[in-house]
Design a protein around this ligand. Structure first.
Ligand code: UD1
Length: 424
């Protein structure tokens, strides 16, 4: 297992390019199961989660290649309908093969994703959608077994206790594309990744309207064709580098970062006093000497993304006052707090609300990555901490940040990835 060693205190300067969005490419790859024809997906990030999805598709008998950011897929004649625990347990997004499998094969067996470090992650909304379309579903021996001779369009309300669900919206949309009749998804997730999925599906000949709004209409079609699509830039990766620029009081341009995807994040950066400059190539931030405290509540898009919550906590840990972060999407997603406090932060948790008392500085420590975004928060904290920060279990980072070390080095960070010594 590798670890990251960061020597803090370097002001970041320069530009980095946001890679393709992890959360867009995963359902898009699942969508390629809906046609026999060849699809070509471009701007694909080299990430562990993408490799996992490639393995899942290979396991189903799909022809797939991944080279230089391009995935070519040909799902003609694939025969599998099962996604095993082995792969699904490492990545919840695997569940979005369920919709296409049910639609193409009339049958699907996908392992239950199981527990997750960021809290309880039910799948009831996915199942509600499939059942409304006529599928019979049983959950047994840790697997979701679904069957449907035909799927029929339906009116499906997908709002849950925490608002809309991104992957349930994607999954039901994927099942509805080849279904008989019209499907209306109400309280659909509005995330940019859903819009990107719909754009790919429409290029394949699907009839999806309203994606990116809470009401999505899908008119079932008989057949889809192959298509080529370039994945949108990763707004969470972009946001993470913007925070890195502000936190180190630096000057960072994130090329490809799209303003329309990052409204709530840019609003929060503005509130803490950062200078934001919109350039044709992307978004540039300049950090100021004083970071103002802020109140942030995570919400489904267009609200502040839960996937940026941990990174902002690192930023606010050195703000000039008390900040509050309330987590409304995953109320237990605060794994980073213990590790940030080990680095000298002063953060307490009351229910789903974190109270962050800004401290003068953080101190480099040995810490452990626990999930993808919590790991990013520790990297950010390491960039400003006195001395050396050593982060172990960095495989979490590999799930969602393409060439993180290289990109941070380009900006001037002192960061290395080393192999953890094996204890003999
Ligand atoms: C996706 C993202 C993840 C992000 C999350 C929220 C991908 C691959 N992952 O995950 O990075 O953190 O959106 O923006 O795109 N819920 C239910 N029932 C369900 C499904 C979800 O109650 O059947 C709840 C969840 O517990 C949570 C909320 O809905 O409270 C939102 O979760 P959801 O949008 O489904 O997250 P994912 O799509 O799994």
């Amino acid at each position: 297992m590798d670890k990251l060693i960061i020597k803090g205190g370097q002001r970041l300067e320069g530009s980095v390019t946001a890679s393709g969005a992890k959360n867009a490419v995963l359902p898009i790859l699942a969508a390629t199961l809906l046609t026999d024809e060849k699809c070509c997906i471009e701007n694909v990030p080299e990430l562990r989660d993408v490799r996992t999805m490639v393995k899942i598709l290979e396991g189903l008998g799909v022809n797939i290649s991944f080279e230089d950011g391009i995935i070519e897929v040909e799902a003609g004649g694939f025969s599998g309908y099962q996604a095993s625990y082995e792969l699904v347990r490492t990545m919840r997004a695997s569940i979005c093969v369920l919709g296409p499998l049910l639609s193409r094969k009339g049958e699907a067996s996908v392992s239950l994703p199981g527990g997750c470090i960021i809290g309880s992650r039910p799948i009831d909304l996915h199942l509600k959608g499939f059942r409304a379309m006529g599928a019979e579903i049983e959950v047994e021996h840790g697997y979701i077994n679904a069957k449907a001779d035909t799927l029929s369009g339906a009116r499906i309300y997908l709002g849950g206790p925490s608002g809309s669900s991104v992957l349930a919206t994607a999954n039901v949309m994927l099942a509805a594309i080849l279904a008989k009749g019209e499907t209306y998804i109400e309280s659909a997730a509005c995330e940019p990744e859903i819009l990107d999925l719909a754009e790919f599906l429409n290029k394949m000949g699907a009839k999806v309207e309203g994606a990116g709004t809470p009401m999505v209409k899908i008119e079932g079609v008989d057949k889809l064709c192959g298509a080529t699509h370039s994945v949108i830039p990763d707004r969470i990766e972009a946001g993470t580098y913007l925070v890195a620029g502000v936190l180190t009081k630096g000057d960072v341009l994130v090329k490809n970062a799209r303003v329309q995807d990052l409204g709530a994040v840019l609003n929060a950066l503005d509130a803490i006093g950062a200078e934001i400059i919109y350039q044709p190539a992307g978004i540039r931030v300049k950090g100021r000497d004083v970071i103002n405290p802020a109140d942030i509540t995570t919400l489904p898009y267009p609200g502040f993304p839960t996937d940026m919550q941990a990174q902002f906590m690192s930023l606010l840990s050195i703000a000039n006052g008390v900040s509050v972060i309330t987590e409304k999407v995953f109320p237990e997603r605060f794994m980073q707090i213990g590790e940030l406090n080990r680095m000298g932060a002063d953060i307490t948790l009351e229910g789903a609300t974190a109270i962050i008392k800004g401290v003068e500085h953080l101190s480099g420590s040995e810490v452990m990555a626990s999930d993808l975004r919590a790991s990013a928060a520790l990297v950010l904290a390491g960039l400003i901490a006195d001395g050396e920060t050593v982060i172990s279990r960095v495989y979490h980072i590999d799930r969602g940040y393409e060439r993180l070390v290289e990109k941070l080095k380009t900006l001037g960070a002192r960061i290395e990835r080393v192999q953890e010594c094996k204890i003999l």
